[in-house]
Design a protein around this ligand. Structure first.
Ligand code: FAD
Length: 385
């Protein structure tokens, strides 16, 4: 017999994992996602293509019994390969033992795998093309915007015919990411205080294709080109390519603002990243076509409203990506909440215990992630490091 219903808003990385853990505990879970089913759609450009998966994330995936399926997606990275100007690349190992590694994993493949595994469970209902518009704890309502007609199950475009649907909160767990609509709705009702700390550096992703069918750089390392005020990094993909990410200030002499047409991008790469420049043959085209992403930290409090609502993952604590820990922390959130279920009788107590346990960790990793930007682009250049 079902232990009751739970809604989850957002089928990114945390949502499907949490759905599986709750279904295993006997809850009937409905997972709402505004996008179309990623198993039948092309990857969305602009979100990071690959991610560093580390011990906390792996432990949560193991806890859910998913590591056998996830392992083929993982490439071990045994350290940072530092590319200093005018010197050969040098590896700074992550640990002292060979097993102390982190892994590169493709976001789209991991997301598809998690959704596929969740779809295979009878107690999980997946509803794609249904975007949360608002929540009302006072009226016990989760308000959804659902696309109608031929494109049902796809993303609602502005101005397109859609219908509103309302369901009971049940409770509802928001895993709708850094720009969480649930969090925004609660903030508009002054139920949650939100402080966003934008970073004045943006990012842009660039693909490094395979060279002669193989990775163009050592595939078992996270490559970093630290340049003090900015940096380039690259993580390997299983298809032989790398995804490079350029982090630059928005403004200033070495910022995105000065990189426009007229060969400025090419000249910048030739000067700052001469060994990386030949690896991106269509650099100018990619640079102009790929979106420039914003980064920042989200501080929200509280994360839960009574027994009705909980923010989890990026919706509760989005951080800058320099420790590679946002997904790992979101996965760890799922494991911790799962372990609290049988220790407490009701959702109010579970949500309160979750927030008490996770908030200090989330605040710590948020600070460390900002500090690590300095380490990656500057400190690694110091001999003392
Ligand atoms: P998401 O994965 O963002 O999922 C949110 C989901 O909610 C999406 O599917 C979205 O479509 C859906 N959604 C949004 N709004 C609505 C709505 N109104 N209704 C219904 N659905 C909605 N983390 C790491 O651990 N390692 C890394 O190496 C790493 N690198 C990163 C690099 C970059 C450039 C960036 C930007 C982030 C990186 N992160 C990394 C962080 C990581 O991407 C996030 O922490 C992680 O995706 C959080 O998972 P989530 O499930 O909370 O949110």
């Amino acid at each position: 017999m079902s232990r009751g219903e739970v809604n989850i808003v957002g089928a990114g990385l945390a949502g499907p994992l949490l759905a599986m853990l709750l279904a295993r505990r006997g809850f009937a879970v409905t997972l709402y996602e505004r996008r179309e089913d990623p198993r039948h759609a092309s990857a969305v450009a602009g979100r990071s293509i690959n991610l560093a998966l580390a011990a906390r994330g792996i432990r949560a995936l193991e806890h859910a019994g998913l590591m056998t399926s996830v392992r083929p997606l993982m490439i071990p990275m045994r350290g940072r390969m530092v590319h200093e100007l005018g010197r050969p690349p040098a590896l700074l190992p992550y640990g002292q033992r060979e097993t102390e590694v982190i892994y590169s994993v493709g976001r789209a493949a991991l997301n598809r795998l998690l959704i596929d595994e969740a779809a295979g469970q009878p107690d999980i209902t997946l509803r794609f093309g249904e975007a949360c518009e608002a929540v009302s704890p006072a009226r016990d309502r989760l308000v959804l915007n659902v696309l109608q007609g031929d494109r049902a199950g796809a993303v609602v475009r502005p101005g397109e015919a859609s219908a509103r649907r309302e369901v009971s909160l049940a409770p509802t767990i928001a895993t709708d990411g850094a720009g969480s609509a649930v969090r925004a709705s609660l903030a508009a009702q002054e139920l949650v205080a939100v402080r966003e700390e934008p970073l004045d550096h943006d990012y842009k992703e660039l693909a490094i294709p395979p060279a002669a069918g193989r990775h163009a750089l050592d595939p078992n390392a996270l490559h970093v080109w630290p340049r003090r005020g900015f940096m380039l990094i690259a993580l390997p993909n299983t298809d032989g390519s790398f995804t490079a990410t350029l982090f630059l200030p928005r403004q200033g002499a070495q910022g995105f603002a000065v990189l426009g047409g007229g060969g400025t991008v090419d000249a910048f790469f030739a000067r700052e990243f001469p060994d990386a420049r030949p690896l991106v043959p269509d650099l100018e085209r990619q640079f102009h076509e790929h979106p420039q992403g914003r980064l920042g930290t989200v501080h929200a409090a509280p994360w839960h409203i009574g027994c009705e609502l909980l923010l989890l993952g990026d919706a509760a604590h989005a951080i800058v990506p320099f420790h590679g820990q946002g997904m790992n922390a979101a996965f760890e959130d799922c494991r911790v909440l799962d372990e609290l279920i049988d220790r407490h009788e009701n959702w109010k107590a579970r949500f309160a215990a979750f927030e008490a346990e996770r908030r200090p960790n989330a605040e710590a990793i948020a600070r460390m992630a900002v500090e690590n930007y300095g380490e990656m682009r500057e400190a690694v250049l110091e001999p003392s490091f």
